[in-house]
Design a protein around this ligand. Structure first.
Ligand SMILES: CCCCCCCCCCCC(=O)SCCNC(=O)CCNC(=O)[C@H](O)C(C)(C)COP(=O)(O)OP(=O)(O)OC[C@H]1O[C@@H](n2cnc3c(N)ncnc32)[C@H](O)[C@@H]1OP(=O)(O)O
Length: 188
C-alpha cells in the first residue's frame, strides 16, 4: 500500500506520558455521545479503544449493516471516521489534547459488512503543537468474547491512514464553539 503524505523529516520523538494508561488498558473515550467512541451514540461507530505499547492506540470495531456504502461493503467515510477516532486518541498517550487538522486514507481492499476490524495507530513524531500519526486496519477473526483481537498472520490488511493532529486547549477551543452555537447556529 503506497501513500502520499508530507511528513517532515525533522520531527521530534513523541514521548509516552508518565500518566498514560498501561498497554492493554481500555481508554475512556471522548464522551458517551461521541460518534466514534461513545456507547450512547445511536448511529455511532462504537469503537472500543485500548492503550498500546509506546505511543500507540488500538481499536476494534464490528462493521455493522448501517455502515454500508457500496452493496455489502463499508462506506469509505465510515472507515475514515474510524481512523480519525483511533488516531485522535494517540496524542492523549503523550498527554496532549488535539483535534484533526489533516486526515488521509488509503483504501486497499473492500471491507464486507459483518466482519470485525482491528485498528492500530501510532505517533510518527511531534513538531511544536503538531502530532503526526499513522494507522492501519485489518479484518480479523472474532476473539473468544466474539469481538476482534490483535491480528495474527491471518489478519487481512484493508486500509492505512495518516493524520496531523493539532494541540488545543479544550476549554477555549470548545468554549468558542459553544459560544458560536448560542449566538445562532442550530444543532440538528
Ligand atoms: C475534553 C476532550 C478534549 C479532546 C477532544 C478531542 C476530540 C477528537 C475527536 C476526533 C478527532 C476529530 O474529529 S476533531 C474534529 C475535526 N477537526 C476540527 O474540527 C478542527 C478544525 N480546525 C481548527 O480548529 C483549527 O484549524 C486548528 C485547531 C486545527 C488549527 O488552528 P490554530 O489553533 O489557529 O493553529 P494554526 O496556527 O493554524 O496551526 C498550528 C500548526 O498546525 C499546522 N496546521 C494546521 N492545520 C493544518 C492542515 N490542515 N494541514 C497542515 N498543517 C496544518 C499549521 O501550519 C501550524 O504549523 P506550524 O506553524 O507549527 O508549523
Amino acid at each position: 500500500m503506497t501513500a502520499f503524505f508530507p511528513v517532515p523529516a525533522d520531527l521530534d520523538p513523541a514521548d509516552r506520558a508518565a500518566a498514560a494508561p498501561a498497554p492493554g488498558q481500555r481508554l475512556p473515550g471522548h464522551g458517551r455521545d461521541c460518534y466514534g467512541c461513545g456507547p450512547d451514540a445511536p448511529h455511532g461507530l462504537h469503537l472500543e479503544l485500548f492503550a498500546g505499547d509506546g505511543v500507540a492506540v488500538t481499536a476494534r470495531m464490528r462493521v455493522r449493516p448501517r455502515f454500508e456504502g457500496g452493496p455489502g461493503t463499508i462506506h469509505g467515510g465510515v472507515l475514515a471516521s474510524a481512523f480519525d477516532e483511533v488516531m485522535g486518541h494517540v496524542p492523549t498517550m503523550c498527554g496532549r489534547f488535539c483535534v484533526t487538522g489533516h486526515l488521509q486514507v488509503d483504501f486497499a481492499a473492500p471491507v464486507p459488512l459483518g466482519v470485525d476490524l482491528y485498528l492500530r495507530a501510532t505517533a510518527l513524531g511531534v513538531q511544536r503543537r503538531k502530532v503526526f500519526t499513522e494507522a492501519h486496519a485489518w479484518i480479523v477473526e472474532p476473539g473468544p468474547d466474539g469481538i476482534a483481537v490483535e491480528p495474527g498472520a491471518s489478519g487481512i490488511p484493508v486500509a492505512a491512514a495518516h493524520g496531523l493532529f493539532v494541540q488545543i486547549d479544550p476549554a477555549s477551543h470548545y468554549g468558542a464553539v459553544a459560544a458560536g452555537r448560542r449566538s445562532g447556529a442550530q444543532k440538528s
